[in-house]
Design a protein around this ligand. Sequence first.
Ligand code: MRU
Length: 349
Amino acid sequence: MLERSVEWIQGKKSRGMVKLIDQTRLPFSFEHVYIKNVDQMVEAIRTMVVRGAPAIGAAAGMGMALAAINSNAGSRDELMDRLAQAKRKLDVSRPTAVNLAWATSKILAKAKILDGKVPSIVRGVIHEARKIADEDVATNKRIGSHGAQLLSDGDMILTHCNAGAIATVGFGTALGVVRAAVAMGKQVTVLADETRPRLQGALLTCWEMQQEKIPVIHITDNQAGLLMKMGKVSKVLVGADRIVNDAVFNKVGTYGVAIMAKYHTIPFYVAAPRSTLDLGNTSKTVEIEQRDPAEVKTVFNKVRLSPDGVPAFNYAFDATPMELITGVITEDGVFTPDQLLSNYSEQSL
Ligand code: MRU
């Protein structure tokens, strides 16, 4: 199994740093980035060194721990101020995935109820951040075992973007389901939408599946409809960045895939942990991240596509309405959209 994408490296006393797999380098080279303060973490999240909703949640939690360590706070109030400041920076580093604010809120709430002097609260904050990461791996394994029941031998599973081990702390959500099904002896093939413009499907999903010897086929995003019509897609399985009460936010293009799946009566499943649920909100309230148009107008700033002077949209996520979704797989089981709402209606950040 792949090493964790986000890992706390404990130093002497209450010092520490965070080791990230540099996802901007994959699959060409496997490198790490070491993060020592909250500003470096904000930058790593913004530039997608670390990406994928659960992974950036865990990274943000550790960003809070770094802020606590580096605060040199002389009092409890000062430490709380520093943590609140760090939370504000981290939460806006990528606005769509709710896991960021979920993790930073959890850490802040924990810090507020911890007794003792500043050093002991700092240790408590580090402990909480590490716990979020540990729990993420365990959660994904549970998602995997629930979701694997839905897959059959011979399935061709279309996925969009990368909801794999590196998009989480480990194991993955949508690709965790695939991993779990393969571990049960089912033979499935992944059809990886390449996912313009950042190409997470081509670069990361294909790489991850190949590492584990799980059959994977790279497709351009615009082949999905044709392959569905040809009967080459059994199921669609994607991750999520935020699930509100009327829609699932995920990588831009997911909405189109869901419409095509509905038209071809192909089941469409979303795999996501409870930390991605934001059921108190509706899709109208969610900010869709807009990234630099250069990501669309070029291939990684190396090959120019449209001529200079032509504008480009670069919305990073879209919202798939609940009526297009067959089921949502969480660590607690598989739910229809209605069941999801009734089961988790009390959940808030
Ligand atoms: O822009 P990204 O690469 O962070 O987008 C990632 C996705 O859209 C994933 O599908 C989602 O975060 C779920 S990851 C388990």
